[in-house]
Write a new protein. Sequence first.
Length: 94
Amino acid sequence: MNNAFFRRQFSFVQNKLKEANRQGIFQRALAWLLLGFMLVIGLTIFVFMLLLSWLLIPLYLWRQRQFIKRSQARTTQSSEGQTIEAEVISKRED
C-alpha cells in the first residue's frame, strides 16, 4: 500500500467529519440521546439476566440433588430382596 491510498482515506474521513459538523445540534443531540437510551436498555437487560441466572442456579442444583436422591432410593429398593449366589473358585492371599 502506498501513500496515495492513505491520503485518499484520510481525505474521505475528513469529508465525513465536515459533513457531520454541518448537521444541526438537534440531530447530534438526538443521536446521543438515542445512543444513551440504547445503552441503558442493554444494561438493564444484562443485569436482569444476571440476576435471573443467580436465582436459577441454586434451584437447578436443588433439583439435581433431589433427582440423585430419588435415583439412589430406587436403586436400593430394587436391590433389596435379591440374592446373588456365587461360588469362590480361588482366593488370592496377598
